[in-house]
Write a protein that binds this ligand. Sequence first.
Ligand code: AHG
Ligand code: MN
Ligand code: MN
Length: 325
Amino acid sequence: MELGTTLTRFLIEQQRIHYKEATGDFTGLLADIATAAKVISREVNKAGLIDILGFQGSKNVHGEAVQKLDLFANDVFVRTLSHTGHLICMASEEMDEIYQIPEAAKKGKYVFLMDPLDGSSNIDVNISIGSIFSIYRRKSSGEKATEEDILQAGSNQAGAGYVIYGSSTMLVYTTGYGVHGFTLDPGIGEFLLSHEAITIPNKGGIYSINEAYTDRWDQAIRDYVALAKAEKKTARYVGSLVADFHRNLLKGGIFLYPPDTQYPQGKLRLLYEAAPLAFIVEQAKGRASTGTGRLLDVVPEKLHQCIPLIIGSVEDVKAAEACFK
Ligand code: AHG
Ligand code: MN
Ligand code: MN
């Protein structure tokens, strides 16, 4: 489709091509996500002003308490998505329990999972941060959602995506028919198609890992990093997963957050970070692994479970996996 096409038009045309029986429910949900992304993007762009506009007692100009941006982002998604009839529940890195759609609201068939603000340590230094989301169809059939709706293998995802608040704001998503990227035109407040059918190069020139933790790694990871250096890859590590992933997706490369002595299961969260990005990377013809198997095959056991993540270009991820064997 022509570059510059609006997200709304793109979603409608994709629905017509790939989901002949669709009710529009899913397309509506993606449109809601885009709305939430715009609100968060606006707030992220003002982040440096919060201390100036927020006043001492943490009240802002509107008399509302100034919230940490990750809680703000969580609230924006909850408020934007909970009353439009597409969801049965949500779960988030920022909420201890499953969030049930309120009794009074219309319920839908989808489950929404999110890391509302990823890379929070980078907010106050003006470095790219993001939001990550994942969508499943519910499995239970009662009034309320159950854990069974949430604890599904990543391969069951109906959709996944992220928003990167960088030098421009971009929304990248997949519904299982390729990966598409849209850039927010701040002048008109619309996401416009800028990257259609993204594919990650088969092999890349970048490796991304927090190398300060070398002492905490086991031999397999040390071996792989030595190999990456021998292949003359360059190191890039932002510390915002979305930003590291996005760069590697476009340029080719590998990102690793392995198990280590401090985080024996890795640090990244399966449901809110690893599984959605794994779905995206596979749709972009890349690969995502736990080191010992395909990440999308992992069936979560609990809501906030962590998982080792090795993700990126096929050849590079395979080379890392070989070090684990
Ligand atoms: P979050 O801000 O959502 O808690 O995620 C932070 C994550 C991720 O974005 C990043 O890749 C990783 O933490 C960085 O961890 P280290 O500082 O341990 O490298
Ligand atoms: Mn995160
Ligand atoms: Mn987060």
